[in-house]
Design a protein around this ligand. Sequence first.
Ligand SMILES: [Zn+2]
Length: 138
Amino acid sequence: MTGTGSTTPGVIRPMRNRDSEFFWEGTAAGELRVQRCNGCGALRFPPGPSCPQCHSFDQSYVVAAGTGTVFSYVVHRHPPVPGKELPIVLALIDLDEGVRMVGEVADVSAEEIAIGMRLRVDFHRIDDDLTLPTWRKA
Ligand SMILES: [Zn+2]
């Protein structure tokens, strides 16, 4: 590790913009935040500028419980990913709040991962600028 404020080389960094900044501020604070429409109350992921249900631009967020169920998954064995050991287990996770997000599952092997498995979010701090949500067996 180098000095504060530096970014870790070799890590694929997610896109950040005005719509998703609250999400990344949340992971840095240990919160899994889900965008909420103030017009109709719908939750949505990924975040966007307007509500697909009612087209309102008025939005806030809720802090999710951080638990969910595997809807589907892939095991990435190839090609190599910078900064990662393969295989990587990636899951589509249905949060208990009703939105679906993709996430990396840690400490669950390619043989063990299963649809319907209960997961709990954890936060992996990469550096000052990036904390990634990772998922573990609940
Ligand atoms: Zn809405």
